[in-house]
Design a protein around this ligand. Structure first.
Ligand code: SF4
Ligand code: SF4
Ligand code: SF4
Length: 440
């Protein structure tokens, strides 16, 4: 069968070996309710047969070339499968991986079960661990609690220290929600201080059930989303707040996904993450029983591609259904995004979040639009500077050093003059002097 051109781009399968089953009950979780899709299920465990079928088919579905193959486990909570499941996976990976082909194993976890044996296995098999951590204790525990309602922070921090002791590489996945959204500095400084070197900030956005936009009155974003969803402007302030810290001291040392993605867009490389790409559809989700869905955010009956015990992953992931799913991201883009000057970096965000009406009353605007615009406007001059630096053969962190030097100069100059703390900053930023160049 002739494969469509888009099928030549790398395919990612996110494997959910316990389906939505988890040992936490986070207040904002959208996975747990997926139990309802499988009312007769009792086991919620991927079998050895399904694991092997996935591995064989997934490797066969990769386009030729020497790109590393990503094996990614997620939940629910994948560590509930126990160590033996992952030992079997490693054996099968060795058995089926073509000679010379590189691989990258990753595991997204809430960190509740990571003991020394887990850390050994993860280090020996070069797993990149994604650890969910929403900031310091009060902000993390606002939503991340177990079934009894007990906080999870202390156990996650034990896992952080254990991972570090064993030399396991880990990233932090921090959800941004209504509670921590007003605290960019506390969240970022905390994650930086515990030694995170790569952070993904994931906005929690959940549409309020039963509400549709439209009607005689245009609904405000906060009416359209659940009370735990981050507000659009709040998300914009969060990202810009973190960016202001990062650009002054951490460029090249600490990687923040959204900033990397913005820089990739500015330099013309194009985004790596589906949310910021023009089209999506190359990251599918595999349930415990072999059902394959269009995307981890669309594990729902309409987006079921099929089951890998009946049809190969390559066929399902390269099917016209999946192509249409990915293409829909572009086709459903509202006019306001088509003419937006940040379209090249944003592409309207994730379709799951496009549930607002535009000012003209047309559907499909991203709930986070206001915040995304705020973020892109704010980073624009710095992205321009970093792009110019990179094109001239320099490194992005030169911009950080230059900015620091300019601000130091400005502080020296202005501190001798009559500028009051509350006056507009003489550097022309539009902010108060005390919040701009006077600030450490
Ligand atoms: S750890 Fe993840 S899967 Fe588990 S309840 Fe929290 S958000 Fe849901
Ligand atoms: S629907 Fe959203 S999360 Fe899913 S692939 Fe598309 S952009 Fe990515
Ligand atoms: S910033 Fe808003 S208008 Fe612009 S592309 Fe993104 S969602 Fe669309």
């Amino acid at each position: 069968m002739q494969q469509p051109a888009w099928s030549k781009t790398p395919l990612h399968v996110i494997v959910k070996p316990t389906g939505p089953i988890c040992n936490l009950r986070c207040g904002y979780c959208f996975y747990l309710e997926k139990e309802a899709l499988y009312p007769d299920e009792r086991q919620w465990r991927m079998t050895a047969e399904t694991l092997e079928t996935y591995l064989r088919q997934y490797i066969a579905a990769q386009p030729e070339g020497d790109d590393p193959i990503d094996f990614a486990f997620q939940g629910g909570e994948p560590t509930l499968m126990g160590l033996d499941f992952f030992r079997s996976f490693i054996e099968l990976e060795r058995k089926y991986l073509p000679p010379g082909r590189r691989f990258q194993n990753s595991l997204q976890t809430n960190g509740m079960l990571l003991d020394d044996a887990w850390c050994e296995l993860l280090r020996e098999n070069r797993f990149l661990v994604g650890l969910s951590l929403d900031g310091p204790a009060d902000l993390h525990d606002a939503y991340r609690r177990d079934k009894a309602g007990s906080p999870s922070f202390d156990r996650v921090m034990q896992s952080v220290r254990r991972l570090q002791r064993h030399g396991v590489e880990f990233n932090v996945l921090a959800c941004v929600h209504r509670c921590n959204g007003d605290h960019p500095a506390r969240v970022y400084n905390f994650l930086r201080d515990i030694g995170a070197s790569f952070i993904q900030f994931i906005p929690i956005v959940r549409r309020q059930e039963g509400l549709r936009p439209g009607g005689t009155k245009r609904r405000r974003p906060e009416e359209m989303a659940t009370p735990w969803s981050v507000l659009p402007k709040q998300f914009g302030r969060f990202l810009t707040g973190v960016f202001d810290l990062w650009i002054r001291r951490d460029v090249g040392r600490l990687f923040v996904r959204d900033f990397d993605e913005a820089l990739a867009a500015w330099t013309g490389k194009g985004a790596n993450v589906c949310v910021y790409q023009q089209r999506c559809g190359r990251a599918v989700a595999l349930e415990h029983n072999g059902d394959l869905y269009c995307c981890d955010h669309f594990v729902e009956p309409d987006c079921l591609l099929g089951n890998i015990h009946r049809q190969a992953i390559a066929e399902l992931a390269n099917s016209s259904q999946q192509e249409q799913f990915g293409e829909q991201k572009l086709l459903s883009l509202p006019d306001v995004c088509r003419v937006c000057r940040f379209r090249f970096a944003c592409h309207g965000g994730c379709p799951k979040d496009r549930f607002l009406d535009t000012a003209e009353g047309l559907p499909g605007l991203n709930y986070l639009c206001e915040g995304l615009k705020m973020f892109f406007s704010h980073v624009e001059p710095h992205m321009d500077a970093m792009t110019a630096e990179l094109k001239g053969g320099g490194t992005a962190d030169a911009v950080m050093r230059r900015l620091r030097a300019q601000e130091w100069q400005a502080r020296r100059t202005f501190s001798a003059g009559p500028v009051s703390r509350n006056a507009p900053c003489p550097c022309g930023s539009g902010r108060k002097f005390k919040n701009c160049c006077l600030r450490e």
